[in-house]
Write a protein that binds this ligand. Sequence first.
Ligand code: CU
Length: 520
Amino acid sequence: MGDHHHGPAKGITRWLTTTNHKDIGTMYLWFSFAMFLLGGAFAMVIRAELFQPGLQLIEPAFFNQMTTMHGLIMVFGAIMPAFVGLANWMIPLMIGAPDMALPRMNNWSFWILPFAFAILASSFFMEGGAPNFGWTFYAPLSTTYAPPSVTFFIFGVHILGLSSIMGAINIAATVMNMRAPGMTYMKMPLFVWTWFITAYLLIAVMPVLAGAVTMMLMDIHFGTSFFSAAGGGDPVLFQHIFWFFGHPEVYIIILPGFGVVSQVIPTFSRKRLFGYDSMVYATASIAFLSFIVWAHHMYTVGMPVAGELFFMYATMLIAVPTGVKVFNWISTMWRGAMTFETPMLFAIGFVVLFTMGGFTGLMLAIAPADFQYHDSYFVVAHFHYTMVAGAIFSMTCAVYYWLPKWCGRMYNETLGKTQFWVSFVGFNLTFFPQHFVGLAGMPRRIPDYALQFADFNLMSSVGAFIYGASQLLFLYNVVATIVAGEPVEKEQVWEGAEGLEWTVASPAPYHTFTTPPDVK
Ligand code: CU
């Protein structure tokens, strides 16, 4: 044992100064779960207010802060850091690397996150309250009419963007430079591929987001008029810039989830992934198309018909590579020796429900129809099928799949399956009825609604509390596993699972692949 093979430092110093990809992955995962519970608590406040028509529990002004902070925290605090945590843990293990390529930057990109959130959260205690303009922060709501806390919001977004860019550079550098000999690109597991492509999306669009908030800052404090028509600017310009970031952003959120499901379905089908090459090309195609569809969020602002047609057809085109993926997952399961452990349940739940979210996305892409759907609860239903049943189901799936590798102990399968079914029922009860109220014209982001929407909203709220409770079950199961789960005691946790991560001990030692593995 040389000096390079020491174990972790002790106490708080270990976590503050660590450059170890497993430590940093663990911190990302716990941080994102805490944010998930916070963003979820805001969702519970929203659903409690919407439980019945009229204004019951909170002021409309606070309701606006809740919808805004729920979206911001879920996107930037929960989902993105969760997948970066997963990348930290799994990419080195999957490509046979001893660590991430840039371990000191890795520490930095994690530790600036809590500060970004302290800044964002502090806005609740400022005069005028927290940001109240929706997670899309359209100008001039977020400039001319914004509360003073918007300046802190801008600072927070800058730090979050910095963290994401550093994380993405690190992942791209790791994939390009740290693969074990023999681990060619086309041998990489799909999770590595999807994250590699996601990293490029991040590097391309996070600076655009930084540009948008900087222009807001200039408009608010330095007398410019980027987004103010009175000064010669254009508020619609804000929407173009925001969605040039925002649409690729939703694929940033979902592509790593595609990768997870592409690892899990083959394992529990006892078959190789069907159509590996086409999976890689489909992921790259989705990433490319994500840059040329942004104005499908803006049909109602007034656009030339040629523009509407372009963005409509470009958006519909995304269904092709996405369909390739769905058919490949189903073909992988076809005539496989399938079993239905908790990760597989979440993976199948993902495929079914995400596909529904994809279909409603296709409906929203149709420009003339969007005039009815726009800013209604139909949109809310659509993107929660992709963000919750897509991103969060796949993230939960990943935790159950790799938790035994991380901590060397097996979770409680009965509890895991129970959590799946409770969250499956709770999720659908929450969001399926929102399609109906949306089609009937119920607007989103409003704390009150017309009487005819009462029944479906009651169902939504009951479902939301069931889904929320299922997350406490998840937390309990994970903690119980770490503290007192049955030891796994072997490398291979799932019979027939392929990949280098299953060749190291369970729990994975602090240092792995200090000598490169043999890749066949
Ligand atoms: Cu979009």
